[in-house]
Ligand binder design. Structure first.
Ligand code: GUN
Length: 292
């Protein structure tokens, strides 16, 4: 069994990006600049955005954090997005999800300039992704592809089962694993809350990508020997023995499933760090595209 070490691979990628930034600096050009908007004070979202800003510093990017209150109106947020769209200093930006209930998420995602949409959430970019056109691939799916690629995990002709159809992970992942090329060329089954007898499906899978958010959902009895497991779950579970009072738990019963798997991602230290590294990669790409 091989651990797909997202912490290590994401560090390698950050080092590669830092080297690119150094080349940019040596030429006296402007370094990439990522901005992040966060609305409200959800603890997990603040942590994720904080990690994104810290990662920018680590590779030598400029970063801007825009914090807006929980009572921000849709109009105010759209105005801020317009500002970032028009600011030539900003190469790419993200609006951290979820948003408070008074704000329509679809309207917000549509307002982001697709050339600065480093999350790859705008319908134009999502459509390009589905049509194999060059675009920004959403960071978490992009990170999973990169892990499979760097460990040389065979995907061609394999049966990939995706659990969960979220717009951020499950849906794009189901498209990407079926694309021509590597990683891809899989036969894909997308499962969700209305799927009947999921064990019958997961037990036939060569690769399982679980993005459900239910701790320890995937048990050893649900998988076959030598399965490849990608665990995207990051649920906070109360744990008074930890300094923060919680621990992060994945969708997979790691202790038992890992005994049957050929490759498996741990939680934490698997897909999570990859997401941040690929957001940086998309920001670097955005800067290159603006400078063409
Ligand atoms: N919320 C959870 N994951 C993500 C992500 O990848 N991007 C943004 N913007 N919000 C998220």
């Amino acid at each position: 069994m091989t651990i797909l070490d997202g912490k290590k691979v994401s560090n390698d990628i950050k080092n590669e990006i830092a080297a690119e930034v150094q080349k940019i600096k040596d030429k006296g050009e402007k370094v990439p600049h990522l901005a992040a908007i966060i609305v409200g004070n959800d603890g997990a979202s603040l942590t994720y955005v904080g990690s994104k800003v810290k990662a920018c510093e680590r590779v030598g990017f400029e970063s801007t954090l825009v914090q807006m209150s929980n009572t921000t109106s849709e109009v105010e947020l759209l105005e801020k997005i317009k500002e970032l769209n028009e600011n030539p200093e900003i190469d790419g930006f993200i609006v951290q999800l979820p948003l408070p209930p008074q704000i329509n998420e679809q309207k917000v995602l549509l307002a982001v300039n697709p050339d600065k949409d480093v999350d790859g959430f705008h319908p134009t970019n999502f459509g390009k992704m589905a049509l194999d056109m060059s675009t920004f691939i959403p960071a978490t799916p992009f990170g999973i592809l990169e892990l499979l690629d760097r460990y040389g995990v065979e995907t061609k002709g394999k049966h990939t089962v995706v659990i969960g159809r979220s717009h951020i992970v499950g849906r794009p992942m189901s498209i990407l694993m079926g694309r021509k090329g590597f990683p891809g060329n899989s036969t894909v089954t997308l499962t969700h809350s209305h799927t009947k007898n999921i064990t019958q499906i997961t037990s036939q899978a060569d690769i399982i990508i679980s993005a459900l958010g239910v701790p320890n959902f995937l048990k050893a009895e649900m998988v076959k020997d030598d399965v490849v497991i990608i665990d995207v779950g990051i649920t906070r579970v109360t744990d008074e023995t930890r300094p923060r009072g919680y621990k992060i738990v994945g969708d997979v019963d790691f202790a038992n499933v890992s005994k049957k798997a050929s490759y498996i991602t741990p939680v934490p230290g698997g897909v999570g760090p990859m997401t941040i590294a690929m957001l940086l990669k998309n920001t670097l790409l955005a800067r290159e595209r603006h400078n063409i």
